[in-house]
Write a protein that binds this ligand. Structure first.
Ligand code: NAG
Ligand code: NAG
Length: 403
C-alpha cells in the first residue's frame, strides 16, 4: 500500500523538541489512528505559493493607482525554473518546504488562498489553503509605519492572514462544529513568519538593539495566533523558527565587515546576526512550551529551520551541495553574488547553471534543493518513533470543496 511508504511527519529537529517534550505529546503521538484532511498554512515568502502574485494582479487591474509597472523581481524568470519551468510567485527556483510537506503526506500542492477565490470572493477549499504572502510580517504593518519602517512588498500581516482564514471558515463551514472538525483534522503550518519584521528594519538601517526590542512582540503575536487557532479547533501545528540570517547572502553583503571577529570561522556567517536569529528562536520556543502546557491536547512541533540550514552551511558538500554555500545562485556579482540594486530576475543578474548545487537562491531565499533538505529533516528525522500523524486515505476525506 502506498500509505506505508508515506514518511511520517516526525520531529527531527530534535534535541530541542525531545528535551521539551511534554508527556501528553507522547501519549497523543502513540495513539495514532487519526489522519489529516487538510493543510492550512500562514507565513511569508518562505511559504507563499502565489498569493502576492495574485494580490498584485487584483490591485493593478482594479485601480490605475500609483503602483509602478515593473513587477517585483520574484515574479520573473528564472524564478520557478527548476520545477515549474515558469514563475509561480514562489521565491525560489522551485518548490518550498510546504510543497514538500504536502507531497510527502500525499496531498496535491496546497492552493494559494487567492487562487481558489471565485468571483463572489468565496474560497474553494480542497485539501487546504495557503494564506502566506511574500513580505508579510507578524506584527501589524501600522506598527512599523508609525516607526517609519516601510514594507516594500505588502501591508499583509499575520493578523490579516488570520482574518482571511476566518472569513474562509465562515463561508465554508455550515455549522461551527464542521469548522471544529475541519481544524481538528488539519495540519497547520504557522510560518515561517516574523523574519520580515526584522529584515525590513535591519535593511532600512535600524540598529540591532532597536530591532531586538521588537522580538517579544513578534513572538507574542505568533503565539496569540497559535492560541487562537487552537481555540478554533486546531490540534496539530508546526511552528518554524527563523533561519540563520547571518549566513544569508543579502545580510552578508549589507553588513560586510573588515573585522574578522564578526565572522564565524567555520562557516563565514556573521555571528551577531545569527545570535539575533537564535534569540528570536529561543523566545519562540519558550512561548511554544507555554502554549503546550495550556493546551495539553494539542501537538505543537517546533520546526528548527535554523539548525537544519546550519547543517548545510557547515558541510554543504556532505549533502551534495558545492562548497561556498554562502554565495547565491542567482545574482549580479559581488562576493556573495548579491546586489540589492540588481536583484535576481532583472538584468544584469543571471542564474547559475545548476541551482541544485546551491543553498542560497537569490540572496534572501533558498533553493528548492535546500528547502527539500529542510523538509526532509522535518519529515524523516532520526526520531521516527515520535509519530505525529498521517494523511487520511482519500476515501475518508470529508472536505472536498465548498458546495
Ligand atoms: C493594504 O493595502 C490595500 C491596497 O493596497 C488596502 O486596500 C488595505 O486597506 C490596506 N490594509 C491596511 C491594513 O492598511
Ligand atoms: C550593483 O548593481 C548596480 C546596478 O546594476 C551597479 O551599478 C553597481 O555597480 C553594482 N554594485 C556592485 C558592488 O557590484
Amino acid at each position: 500500500m502506498a500509505s506505508s511508504s508515506i514518511p511520517l511527519l516526525t520531529s527531527v529537529f530534535t534535541t530541542i523538541i525531545l528535551t521539551c517534550l511534554n508527556p501528553s505529546i507522547t501519549a497523543r503521538a502513540s495513539s495514532a489512528g487519526t489522519c489529516y484532511n487538510s493543510i492550512i498554512s500562514f507565513g511569508d515568502s518562505l511559504a507563499d505559493t502565489g498569493n502576492l502574485l495574485r494580490l498584485d494582479r487584483l490591485s493593478s487591474s482594479s485601480s490605475s493607482s500609483s503602483s509602478s509597472n515593473t513587477p517585483p523581481h520574484f515574479f520573473l524568470p528564472p524564478y520557478g525554473e527548476t520545477f515549474f519551468h515558469h514563475p509561480t510567485g514562489r521565491c525560489s527556483d522551485g518548490r518550498l518546504v510546504i510543497d514538500f510537506i504536502a507531497e510527502s503526506l500525499g496531498f496535491p500542492l496546497i492552493r494559494p488562498y487567492f487562487a481558489g477565490k471565485d468571483i463572489r470572493g468565496r474560497s474553494d477549499f480542497i485539501k487546504g489553503s495557503n494564506f502566506a504572502v511574500i513580505g508579510a510580517t507578524a506584527i501589524d504593518d501600522s506598527v512599523f509605519r508609525e516607526r517609519g519602517i516601510h514594507n516594500p512588498f505588502t501591508n499583509v500581516s499575520l493578523g490579516t492572514q488570520l482574518g482571511w482564514f476566518k472569513e474562509m471558515l465562515a463561508s465554508f463551514c455550515k455549522e461551527s462544529s464542521d469548522c471544529k472538525e475541519l481544524l481538528e483534522s488539519s495540519l497547520v503550518l504557522m510560518g515561517e513568519i516574523g523574519g520580515n519584521d526584522y529584515n525590513h528594519a535591519l535593511f532600512q538601517g535600524l540598529k540591532i538593539k532597536e530591532v531586538e526590542s521588537f522580538v517579544p512582540l513578534v513572538v507574542q503575536t505568533i503565539s496569540s495566533a497559535i492560541q487562537e487557532l487552537i481555540d478554533l479547533g486546531a490540534e496539530t501545528l508546526v511552528v518554524p523558527g527563523n533561519l540563520p540570517i547571518g549566513c544569508s547572502s543579502s545580510y552578508l553583503t549589507y553588513f560586510q565587515s573588515s573585522n574578522k571577529h564578526d565572522y564565524d570561522m567555520e562557516t563565514g556567517c556573521i555571528k551577531w546576526l545569527n545570535e539575533f536569529a537564535k534569540y528570536h528562536n529561543k523566545l519562540l520556543l519558550t512561548e511554544i512550551n507555554r502554549i503546550r502546557e495550556l493546551n495539553p491536547h494539542a501537538l505543537i512541533v517546533y520546526a528548527d529551520y535554523y539548525n537544519a540550514a546550519m547543517t548545510l552551511y557547515r558541510s554543504p558538500q556532505k549533502y551534495g551541495f558545492k562548497a561556498g554555500a554562502l554565495k547565491a545562485c542567482c545574482g549580479a556579482g559581488g562576493p556573495y553574488n548579491y546586489n540589492a540594486s540588481a536583484p535576481c530576475g532583472y538584468p544584469p543578474a543571471t542564474s547559475c547553471d545548476d541551482p541544485s548545487l546551491y543553498v542560497a537562491w537569490d540572496g534572501l531565499h533558498l533553493t528548492e534543493a535546500a528547502y527539500r533538505f529542510i523538509a526532509r529533516r522535518l519529515l524523516q528525522g532520526p526520531y521516527s518513533g515520535l509519530r505525529i500523524n498521517r494523511f487520511c486515505p482519500p476515501a475518508s476525506t470529508n472536505f472536498r470543496s465548498s458546495a
